[in-house]
Design a protein around this ligand. Structure first.
Ligand code: SF4
Length: 217
């Protein structure tokens, strides 16, 4: 689908409008929502707007226990249609993250994501411009050329305050790590808490030049 045929109004509309439009346009079975479960906003919006929509958690084998617990709790509380996608069977826990970050992300995140998107027409993510400097150009409507799929980021324009207000309005729980200084949560070997005022994603791959795992290339 050419990007131009996706309504521009989605850029300024309520994020739920994007879910509704995608469900009407592609059908619920052709959409995948990927969620990191660092908060509950995206999955709540997805499941309350399009009940039964598939939500994928990429389980790298290195997720924090808190994140896995949070995903299970939200699945029960919000009746999520959660699909956990694992790395291929030959990928075992190892020390690759210590010596080859790109290679580790490729086999634990990028390849599983590509598999999760096979046969789908639209991919919905929680990408936000407020996430940090690497994401300031994020748009609600985009097209992933490499994967040949419509990529929608309904929360692209949501500020941190918007996220907080949405969570309060719907009385959503938070990932326990948030209160412990983790505004951005990935795998435990590559995520540390950040200090007040520090870039929210500054705790991801800290001390290296890596800023993204590769799924949002
Ligand atoms: S974030 Fe770290 S542990 Fe997780 S897949 Fe990437 S390199 Fe591996």
């Amino acid at each position: 689908m050419p990007l131009l045929t996706i309504p521009e109004s989605l850029e300024k509309g309520h994020p739920a409008d994007t879910f509704r439009w995608a469900a009407e346009q592609f059908g619920i079975d052709s959409i995948v929502v990927t969620a990191s479960f660092q908060n509950a906003v995206l999955v709540h919006m997805a499941a309350s707007t399009v009940p039964g929509i598939e939500i994928v958690l990429l389980d790298t084998q290195y997720l924090f226990a808190e994140t896995k617990w949070f995903a299970e709790e939200l699945t029960k509380k919000l009746d999520l249609n959660l699909r956990i996608v694992n790395p291929l069977p030959h990928v075992k826990a190892d020390n690759l993250w210590q010596v080859n970050l790109e290679g580790c992300c490729n086999i634990r995140k990028v390849e599983p994501l590509n598999r999760a998107l096979e046969g789908k027409l639209a991919w919905v993510t929680g990408l936000r411009r407020a996430d940090g400097p690497t994401r300031t150009n994020a748009r609600v409507r985009s097209f992933d050329i490499g994967r040949n799929i419509v990529k929608l980021n309904p929360l692209a324009a949501y500020t941190d305050d918007d996220m907080m207000h949405y969570a309060q309005l719907h009385e959503l729980p938070s990932n326990p790590l948030t209160e412990r200084g983790y505004p951005s949560i990935g795998c435990w070997p590559c995520t540390r808490p950040v200090a007040t005022g520090e870039d929210k994603r500054g705790g991801r791959w800290a001390g290296t030049t890596k800023t993204e795992c590769g799924i949002h290339a």
